[in-house]
Design a protein around this ligand. Structure first.
Ligand code: 5GP
Ligand code: MN
Length: 337
């Protein structure tokens, strides 16, 4: 993978561009994709954003979401666009596996592949050009750097800023995680200069749910949470029936894993959700508990030091049992005790 700056001069020639990101895109994935899309369109490129799956409704306010293709319901069209692309930008993931059913389509594509990402241990061999920087708060911060370094700041308008700001607050927990560096705050200030209304973005992302989601959270925190004080760990597990009973949709479970971390002394929180095809894990930690390694070692996943995800093909009961056991057996290695 050659450094990203090699592509700056090449971008002057209009081309067919595809931008893709990880399955079930979050604010950083969708925000970075739509911001880059707007800038490349302004440069004269023909750009299509393709998401491997659907996404949460709380992202639909982002300028450009109406044109994003969901691969799962536009397979033929999306595959054709990818096959004909000159460039494929891969944002906010470290391994192609994160694009789910898109993997063979992207692998077979003849386009030049570019990675822009901040996750640990990237599979750099899959990309021609790119940048992987785990010190960056978010892929949105990296797209902002890209815009400045490639001398494209004239295209940094209020719509681009809105998308970038959403990813920035998503991945920094609204500026509270250690990744909220000096450059993150400077970037936020620069985005404000475009006329950005940050209050509206916070409302769109965090204050626009339906009552059922709050009732669901109440139920889950009361009935599906286990706290292991001896290992400073908490677990939430969500059976399929709970999702059906409360009519839970993509995005409604986002952020749920953070509730147990608010208990004083808890260093690691995990949530396991019984999805149709797999059991999906999310892990969060405070301080020196490395959930990237934890997710990689025990749950086929990875991510960042303090926020990672994983999966299991076992039943919910079995994978939760495995979790209890691996926490107990590895508590001291993972600095939980
Ligand atoms: P979340 O728990 O919000 O789904 O994900 C937390 C972080 O870990 C995100 O940066 C996400 O991209 C990453 N992540 C989530 N699931 C997986 C996974 O299965 N594999 C890898 N490598 N990363 C994941
Ligand atoms: Mn991210």
């Amino acid at each position: 993978m050659l450094p990203i700056h090699h592509i700056y001069p090449k971008l002057a020639t209009p081309a067919r561009v595809v931008i893709t990101t990880h399955q079930k895109p979050d604010p950083d994935a969708m925000g970075s994709s739509l911001a880059l899309s707007q800038v490349l369109k302004a440069l004269g490129h023909q750009v299509t954003v393709i998401s491997p799956t659907n996404w949460a409704a709380f992202l639909d306010w982002m300028p450009g979401t109406e044109d994003v293709l969901n691969y799962e319901i536009t397979r033929e069209k999306s595959a054709r666009i990818i096959a004909e692309a000159n460039w494929i930008f891969c944002l906010d993931f470290n391994t192609l596996i994160r694009t789910k059913h898109l993997v063979p389509v992207v692998e077979a594509a003849t386009a030049t592949k570019v990675l822009i990402d901040h996750h640990q241990q990237p599979a750099v061999e899959s990309f021609d050009f790119g940048i992987s920087d785990i010190s960056k708060s978010s892929t949105c911060e990296m797209i902002y750097d890209f815009i400045l370094e490639a001398q494209l700041q004239t295209y940094l308008n209020v719509d681009v800023a809105a998308c970038l700001y959403a990813g920035l607050i998503g991945d920094t927990g609204s500026f509270r995680f250690p990744a909220a560096s000096v450059s993150v705050h400077k970037m936020a200030a620069r985005l404000k200069e475009t006329g950005l209304n940050h209050t509206v973005i916070h409302e769109n992302l965090y204050d626009n749910f339906m009552e059922n989601r709050l009732r669901f959270i109440g139920h889950v925190l009361t009935n599906r949470m286990e706290v292991f004080y001896e290992y400073n760990t908490a677990l939430i597990y969500v059976p399929k029936n709970d999702l059906l009973r409360y009519d839970i949709k993509t995005g409604d479970t986002e952020g749920l894993v953070n509730y147990p971390l608010s208990i004083g002394g808890i260093k690691m929180a995990a949530i396991c959700i019984d999805r149709d095809e797999e059991r999906k894990w999310s892990f969060r930690s405070k301080g020196n508990v490395d959930v990237n390694t934890f997710a990689r070692r025990f749950f086929e996943g990875g991510g960042h030091f303090n926020a990672a995800g994983g999966r299991s093909s076992a039943t919910l009961e079995e994978t939760v049992k495995t979790f209890r056991q691996v926490v107990k057996e590895n508590a001291s290695e993972f600095q939980l005790i």
